[in-house]
Design a protein around this ligand. Structure first.
Ligand SMILES: *Cc1c(COP(=O)(O)O)cnc(C)c1O
Length: 395
């Protein structure tokens, strides 16, 4: 494990050491229940939660009253989508989302379809972009929600969020944005982008797993989301259950570090990513980068090594942690729905690998990959009948 080069930061990030320091006392000396404010132990815990709420709000330009802590982005997505659907039935049952959303959004949408929702899944072009005209044309009088992500977890492609927000506002439709991958990597501002609801996850920004947040705009008309978890009345009655104080305190610290290091992190990540892309594309024939013509996150590179199998590449490079073009959902491997929506043929989806950099990667990690990969790929291709056919011009 010590020598593992971790380039799978879009799946999860390691905890920042500064985050662990903030988290530890809430397991030991400051173990109080944040709801038990009749004594000092509880008040200490409650104060930690409120500090974290301010820090998380600051990362996205929100106010602390607009932040509800959840168990992660998936729960926040469930709360937002199911809540809006159930609360706005008088207006309608139509939801607009996109084919390249995270499974959490797509699965909630298919669940809501079974309950009677009408869902439009917008297509994307070969670069992972939606057309604003498609979005505009999809809005109907009974549309209650637009659910579009800030940046894609597989390709890093960034949606035109400010334009989407403006359009949603003009047409009086609520806008939910899954900013799980964008937050901490690029500037997310719920006011500038006119976002009504937004989800975050701590473990994608150097915080612990099992904690996240839902932002619900409070500045204009009150948005109704109801509650998924009844009991105890925590989080303003929106999410019952004893708060996970250590994780929430850690989430706050992680958000605070991200906000303060956003520019330097951005520069460092982009440098590593660009070096990797430049060196691999010049050293290896028949490779291309997915979504390269779109605005992208600085840390994500999704590369197709044509005529090969991404799984095989990973097996032959066990010292590097990557993600394949197929998502492992409950044990079965399915070709990536994101790359499929971008029109990649099945062979190219299988041949694609995601490299996602993080704060703790360095130049030597890029060097290591560039050392191993070109040589290994020519070896694998030399042994591949498909590659031979390609070289003879038969493919
Ligand atoms: C990881 C991720 C999620 C799910 O987050 P959890 O906190 O693990 O539930 C949702 N959306 C995107 C874009 C993600 O990358």
């Amino acid at each position: 494990m010590t020598s593992l080069i971790y380039l799978d930061n879009n799946a999860t990030t390691p905890l920042d050491p500064g985050v662990l320091d903030v988290m530890m006392p809430y397991f030991t000396t400051h173990f109080g229940n944040a709801s038990s404010i009749s004594h000092r132990a509880g008040r200490l815990a409650s104060a930690a939660v409120e500090t974290a709420r301010t820090e998380v709000a600051a990362l996205i330009g929100a106010s602390e009253k607009e932040i509800t802590f959840t168990s992660g982005a998936t729960e926040a997505i469930n709360m937002a989508l199911k809540g809006i659907y159930h609360s706005y039935q008088r207006k309608g049952k139509h939801i607009i989302t996109c084919q390249t959303e995270h499974r959490a959004v797509l699965d909630v949408c298919s669940h809501l379809q079974k309950l009677g929702a009408a869902v439009t899944f917008l297509p994307v072009d070969s670069q992972g972009r939606i057309q604003l005209s498609d979005l505009e044309a999809a809005i109907r009088p009974d549309t209650i929600l637009i659910a579009l992500m800030y940046a894609n977890n597989e390709t890093g492609v960034i949606h035109p969020v400010a334009d989407i927000g403006r359009l949603a506002k003009e047409r009086d439709v609520l806008f939910f944005c899954d900013a799980t991958q964008a937050a901490g990597k690029i500037k997310v501002d719920v006011v500038r982008d006119e976002i009504d609801l937004l989800c975050l996850s701590a473990h994608k920004l150097y915080g612990p797993k099992g904690t996240g947040a839902l932002y619900i705009k409070r500045k204009s008309r009150r948005i109704q989301t109801g509650t998924l978890l009844h009991g105890g009345g925590q989080e303003n009655g929106l999410r019952g259950g004893t708060l996970n104080v250590p994780a929430i305190a850690a989430f706050g610290k992680a958000a605070d570090i991200c906000r303060q290091t956003l520019d330097t992190d951005h520069r460092q990540l982009r440098t590593l990513r660009d070096q990797l892309e430049q060196q691999l594309t010049s050293a290896i024939p028949e490779v291309y980068i997915n979504g390269t013509e779109s605005p992208r996150l600085p840390n994500t590179s999704n590369i197709c090594f044509r005529y090969l199998n991404g799984e095989e590449i990973m097996v032959n490079m066990p010292s590097v942690a990557l993600a394949a073009g197929s998502a492992c959902a409950s044990g079965k491997r399915e070709p990536s729905h994101v790359l499929h929506a971008m029109g990649l043929p099945a062979e190219d989806i299988k041949a694609s690998l995601r490299f996602s950099f993080g704060r703790f990667n360095s130049q030597s990690d890029v060097g290591e990959v560039v050392n191993i990969l070109p040589e290994m790929i020519s070896r694998l291709r030399a042994a591949s009948p498909v590659w031979q056919l390609h070289k003879e011009g038969l493919l």
